[in-house]
Design a protein around this ligand. Sequence first.
Ligand code: PAF
Length: 295
Amino acid sequence: MQNQQNQIETIRMPSIIRETIKIFRQRGKTVGLVPTMGALHNGHLALVRRSSIENDATIVSIFVNPLQFGANEDFAKYPRNISDDKDKLKEIGNVVLFMPDDMLMYPKGYSTYIDIGEIGTRLCGKYRPGHFNGVATVVCKLLNLIKPDRAYFGLKDYQQIVIIKKLVNELNMDIDILTAQTVREYDGLAMSSRNAYLNSEERKDAQLIYKALKTVETQLLDKSITPADVQSLMESTLRTGSHVKEIQYASIFDHETLIDISTSNVNNYKGKKVLLAAAVIIGSTRLIDNLLIEL
Ligand code: PAF
């Protein structure tokens, strides 16, 4: 929905977005939600386009959620390009932008949080304690506020999707959580708002993440390696980059429990999906990526 100046309709107040949704509902419209933290790239825009096709109305939320950043993380410097974001959304059209500020989402005295449990302590959760509880809390608030028919998330944040599906299921929300393939740059680097932090040398090394994932995928599928070899092969590919400062994890995981299966019997996973995933610090930027493959 756009107004006369061809501007994107922007709502800041939770009470107003609730009213807007009520009106959509009274008119029998279906609603899609694409939650984001802004700095929109083609990965986000693919989700918005899909929602626009599958729903009568699409809400895109832009909210850099302080709850999901640790004390030493990049909350303050997280890229914020609202005017670019609006231009990109305008091109898609039929979108309402919900952009609350921190005090509207977490007013003084706010004290209700989701604890997603152990799954939030695996993979990224091990290195970002509390991150997934912060994600779960804000996503729960957005889903309650907007009550979409469908909400859309990119597969780059695979663990986030597992957690959001669990949250929606366990809190009995009647919302379809839909996922879309990771959108990649020409050399395979997964699109991410954080790629903007990389200088040109770091950017070259960043492509090694996808290269490492694809190398192990090929060798697992042609059976020249087993899950036990995944970690060392990924690490040796990643370590060829001089700006690769830390490999937090680079391994093979059960795609539902997110437990590392590198020491499991490969026969248990024959014909099943598994997750290859990595989190790597390049320069001072933490990047993640994954591939879901069938053994
Ligand atoms: O994926 C993101 O951008 C965020 O984690 C989300 C889902 C918008 C919650 O803040």
